[in-house]
Ligand binder design. Structure first.
Ligand code: NAP
Length: 248
């Protein structure tokens, strides 16, 4: 069964990794996908072609999620191209890890801007169209690190914890207009990036997870699918950990 037939979806940062996985699963479920990237021009074009071949409308947009004006312009373009927006996945994110002793102010601010300001920027941009249609599902990608904290990731943890607080507030403010806002907090997800790491180290991480494996981008995408679809029409303000039991 296709669960997102004729829904128009925005995904930020879908040129690779988890965002790409979400775009693929959503398109398989009939969603039209407008997605952004920052610098990966060719991978974004390839994904646009791949999704279009599934019979849905798909378009890649270069838009820096951390830039307020670019987010507003991007959403205006999407409304012109797609007509409406039903679902937003705020996925774009970066890390700039370091111990606090060595973390620069610049690295702290940059991570907050890309991971947290981006969520504000996009939520502001889709607010009016979603209020008008009295419907919408906003899904923000946080991390287990935002729930638990992590040494060497104070900037990232702060940004991802911020995403959870922002999302709960959005759910409270917009619930009366039938706009839902939820968070997906992935644990250790294996992507092209982790494939380059030392196999022994990665296997150590896997063994520390109750389900004894890293997650896949599809695992995260399926959680988003639930929150985007009409299966979750009475669910808002929640954080769904997709972590193989890591935080249990
Ligand atoms: P990734 O492979 O590094 O991909 C990041 C994506 O975000 C890329 O498409 C990138 O575009 C885009 N992006 C980065 N900065 C951007 C900006 N300023 N504006 C627009 N797009 C931007 O990362 P990932 O592992 O898939 O992670 C995706 C999300 O999941 C992030 O929010 C991350 O914090 C979260 N997460 C990941 C894991 C994990 O284990 N992988 C665990 C927990 C949470 P370009 O290709 O153009 O640079």
């Amino acid at each position: 069964m296709k669960m997102l037939e004729n829904k128009n979806v925005i995904i930020t940062g879908a040129s690779r990794g988890i965002g790409k996985g979400i775009a693929q699963v959503f398109a398989q479920h009939g969603a039209n996908v407008a997605f952004t990237y920052n610098s990966s021009v060719q991978p974004a074009q390839d994904l646009e072609d791949e999704l279009t071949q599934l019979g849905v409308k798909a378009k890649a947009y270069k838009s820096d999620a951390s830039n307020f004006d670019q987010a507003q312009d991007f959403v205006s373009e999407v409304i012109k191209d797609f007509g409406s927006i039903d679902v937003v996945i705020n996925n774009a994110g970066i890390t700039k890890d370091n111990l606090l002793m060595r973390m620069t102010e610049e690295d702290f601010n940059k991570v907050i801007q890309v991971n947290l300001n981006s969520v504000f920027n996009m939520t502001k941009a889709v607010l009016r169209p979603m209020l008008k249609q009295r419907a919408g599902s906003i899904i923000n990608i946080s991390s287990v690190v935002g729930v638990k904290g992590n040494a060497g990731q104070a900037n990232y943890a702060a940004s991802k914890a911020g995403v959870i607080g922002f999302s709960k507030s959005t759910a409270l403010e917009l619930g009366s207009r039938n706009i839902r806002c939820n968070v997906v907090a992935p644990g250790f997800i294996e992507t092209e990036m982790t494939a380059k790491l030392d196999e022994k180290t990665v296997d150590g991480w896997r063994q520390a997870i109750p389900l004894k494996r890293g997650g896949t981008t599809e695992d995260v995408a399926n959680a988003c699918l639930y929150l985007a679809s009409d299966l979750s029409t009475y669910v808002t303000g929640q954080t769904l950990n997709v972590d193989g039991g890591m935080l249990t």
